[in-house]
Design a protein around this ligand. Structure first.
Ligand SMILES: Cc1cc2nc3c(=O)[nH]c(=O)nc-3n(C[C@H](O)[C@H](O)[C@H](O)COP(=O)(O)OP(=O)(O)OC[C@H]3O[C@@H](n4cnc5c(N)ncnc54)[C@H](O)[C@@H]3O)c2cc1C
Length: 219
């Protein structure tokens, strides 16, 4: 997508694959941001940057993003080949998807977990329930870290692995099965447009007011 953000040059500090075709990339930064916000990223200063949620903590010196490689994509097949010391171009953090300190529910699909990793690492996860949907057990990125920070408040819904260790089914089914979702809390949604629309419908049908549903749509 095309954005008009000013991009600044940084050096890749680390890049590692954490699952098939899924990577974490980090660089040193001096930005201020709130958990939930995004950056625009590119390999050239004046191209068509893509947007990524920040996955690192608000006060951490290294900024991290989590991305999955789209085989025919314009950026991610090249992003995944970077090595430490290579240049990347990054905007200042921006976006209105900010996760407050109040208690609430966080609902993510796939790499949509990234803003909630930032939230947990920033000390905002203690009073949240985090529901993560993925196809396979290996796709519950940052699972160990989240389990450590949010013990008992992490629900993993695995839709395609028969012998999953977690809830077997889509996160939408898990939500449909809940009869006690509080209507006074905030619900943060992050994932594909399809996921966000489906989850929003389920929550509204369960009596959650529209204004309590805050979403970030990846496209
Ligand atoms: C607010 C926001 C936050 C995001 N955060 C993240 C994040 O944290 N992590 C993450 O992994 N992603 C995130 N994304 C998605 C990310 O911005 C990129 O879209 C994604 O990484 C793919 O980029 P790409 O350039 O590699 O692929 P693209 O070039 O954008 O292509 C994506 C797919 O579309 C297909 N495609 C491209 N052009 C066409 C066409 N003309 N017709 C048909 N199909 C086409 C390609 O084959 C490919 O499969 C976010 C998106 C938004 C909007």
């Amino acid at each position: 997508m095309s954005t008009k953000h000013q991009l600044y040059k940084f050096k890749v500090e680390t890049i590692r694959s954490i699952s098939h075709g899924v990577y974490i990339l980090s660089f040193k930064h001096n930005f201020q941001f709130s958990a939930g916000q995004i950056i625009a990223v590119d390999l050239i200063p004046d191209g068509k940057p893509r947007l990524y949620s920040i996955a690192s903590a608000e006060k951490e010196a290294l900024m991290e993003i989590l991305f999955d490689e789209k085989k025919d994509g314009k950026l991610t097949p090249f992003l995944s080949k970077l090595v430490p010391g290579d240049d990347i171009y990054v905007s200042e953090p921006f976006g209105t998807f900010k996760i407050s300190a109040e208690s609430g529910y966080c609902i993510a699909a796939g790499t949509g977990i990234a803003p909630f990793v930032s939230m947990a690492r920033s000390g905002l996860g203690n009073n949240k329930v985090l529901i993560h949907g993925a196809k396979m057990d290996e796709s519950f990125y940052f699972s160990d870290l989240l389990e450590e920070i949010m013990p008992g408040n992490l629900v993993r819904c695995c839709s395609q692995q028969e012998d999953t260790k977690y809830y077997k089914g889509r996160l939408t089914q898990w939500l449909i099965n809940q009869n006690d979702l509080p209507s006074t809390q905030h619900y943060y949604l992050c994932g594909s447009a399809e996921m966000v629309v489906q989850v929003r419908d389920i929550l509204i049908n369960k009596g959650i007011p529209f204004q309590n549903i805050i979403s970030e749509t990846y496209f």
